[in-house]
Design a protein around this ligand. Structure first.
Ligand SMILES: NC(=O)c1ccc[n+]([C@@H]2O[C@H](COP(=O)([O-])OP(=O)(O)OC[C@H]3O[C@@H](n4cnc5c(N)ncnc54)[C@H](O)[C@@H]3O)[C@@H](O)[C@H]2O)c1
Length: 357
């Protein structure tokens, strides 16, 4: 039985997306009668049963769990089978899983016959509030993360909150790092909501999670709509905390999870902006307070990994927002407001060492 859901629609340059948020809504995709490639990890067969309820005309692709699902070899295997099964341009790829599966499936959908319909059914909080939205996808090649990928929008995203019931608490908290990012950069009301309703959110109260997923989706899509291909300097706000976060992930050889790395990255980037006079002390403190309240780390020390400073600095220099001698960063002006700045790489690297020491 499909229950009530909230619906969000957004138009992009050449496409549009509908996002559905609610509990027990996964089977709503049974309205799609065309042939579907269902892509999901082995470990989520129990979740997939809910999606398959009433569904006809599909081929299943069970993939490895976690980041290893994003190896390009899986994309090639899926494409090959889709070709043999006679998939056409009017058919669909349906991704059921976390960000790893939606990234892989998005890439497959974008290249099969130069693009077929894509539906994302995210099953992690990170997937619902971030990875399944916005049209970025990517696979890993020769051990390099996301080195091959494209911008390709799903036409439908179904965020079924019942999936979060089985999600481990640490995975929920990792997703919360991105939600806190939307609050602190774009949406003061969301930020306050997260402070006031922490206990219910962590206890997975349905109405609170619905608000969190809905508002996060709204924030992300409003930014993506303005700057779909990251060329206008607006989408950069979604990268708040990610320059240093990615550097920590890379320097730890990906032992540190994305959510935790971004949490420390946000604090560090906020502290750098405070040093440079852009961000007020109380904004940095509010950010740290909320991150801590969701069990997220706010210092490198808490991550309990050895990362070499040289590797960190190298990763910062290689960041996509870095040029020859400068780097562009989104900085907080206040809770819910931000601006873009450009600073020298030398200053950035000095600040990184200072705040991560
Ligand atoms: N394209 C984008 O815009 C974007 C944004 C953020 C992250 N990402 C990508 O997303 C990936 C990380 O995504 P993730 O954090 O969702 O990780 P994930 O896809 O690896 O899933 C995390 C773990 O949770 C398990 N899981 C998933 N749903 C579950 C459920 N309902 N119940 C119990 N367990 C469940 C999975 O089996 C896996 O072990 C990374 O590859 C990252 O690069 C992409």
């Amino acid at each position: 039985m499909v229950t009530l859901m909230r619906i969000l629609r957004e138009n992009f340059c050449n496409s549009s997306v509908e996002v559905r948020v609610g509990k027990n809504i996964a089977s709503s995709i049974s309205e799609i009668k065309e042939k579907k490639a269902l892509v999901y990890p082995h470990s989520l067969s129990f979740v997939v049963e809910k999606v398959k309820n009433g569904l006809v005309n599909f081929v299943e692709f069970q993939i490895q769990d976690g980041e290893s699902a994003k190896d390009i070899s899986f994309a090639i295997q899926i494409l090959e089978t889709m070709f043999h099964e006679g998939f056409t341009r009017s058919d669909f790829v349906v991704a059921i899983g976390g960000g790893a599966i939606t990234d892989l499936s998005g890439f497959v959908a974008s290249v099969y016959m130069r693009g077929i319909n894509l539906v994302n059914v995210p099953t992690t909080l990170l997937g619902m509030v971030d990875a399944a939205l916005g049209g970025k996808n990517g696979v890993n090649f020769r051990g390099i993360k996301n080195i091959i990928g494209s911008f390709y929008q799903p036409s439908l995203v179904v965020s079924d909150l019942s999936f979060l019931e089985t999600l481990p608490k640490e995975e929920l908290c990792r997703g919360m790092a991105e939600v806190i990012k939307y609050g602190i950069t774009l949406d003061k009301n969301l930020f306050n909501y997260l402070s006031w309703h922490r206990d219910q959110i962590l206890l997975k109260d349905n109405s609170k999670l619905e608000e969190v997923v809905y508002r996060s989706s709204l924030n992300k899509l409003s930014i993506v709509k303005e700057d779909e291909r990251e060329t206008k300097g607006v989408r950069i706000v979604l990268n708040f905390g990610h320059t240093i976060g990615h550097a920590i992930e890379a320097a730890s050889n990906f032992k540190v999870h994305h959510g935790e790395a971004v949490s420390v990255g946000m604090v560090c980037e906020a502290e750098i902006a405070r040093e440079l006079g852009y961000t007020k002390e109380d904004v940095v403190e509010a950010l740290k307070f909320v991150l801590k309240s969701y069990g997220l780390p706010v210092s490198l020390e808490e991550l309990k990994v050895n990362v070499s400073s040289d590797m960190l600095l190298l990763a910062v220099k290689k960041d996509k927002k870095a040029k020859e001698s400068t780097i562009t960063l989104p900085v907080l002006e206040d809770i819910g407001s931000w601006k873009k700045i450009e600073i020298s790489l030398e200053v950035m690297q000095k600040c990184v060492l200072k705040c991560l020491k």
